[in-house]
Design a protein around this ligand. Sequence first.
Ligand code: FES
Length: 137
Amino acid sequence: MEAKDVSSTVSEPAGLSAVTVVVCATCRDESGSDDHPRAGMELAADANAASGGKVRVTTVDCLGNCSRRLSAAILRDGCWNYVFGDLKPDSGSDLIEGAKLFAGSTDGRIPWRGRPESLKRGLVARIPPLPILKDMA
Ligand code: FES
């Protein structure tokens, strides 16, 4: 399959409510400690505090990115989905900044320009939305 440009389905900025930050709450810190709260939960709390209630922040148990430790995803309906790793417990404001950039996007992607460094260096994958995929000829 080949992904076509999402701009044919997303051309308008969305409100912040259209974007969700998903933080892995079970990621351990660099020591690998099983202590609670886990570093991932600290990141989730930091992101939630930074959101001021304006961006939905939620948690899951494992995003399958354990080798890059603190992990999170930023999602927007109909847009590309992003997974990040190598985050720190205090990277919450970076995730919220990324969510705000995403909400203002008119091409279905988080703009590179203005993206916090942690969301540049920490990019693990971007996954296209199903509606833009087309079958191989
Ligand atoms: S425990 Fe966080 S990605 Fe697996």
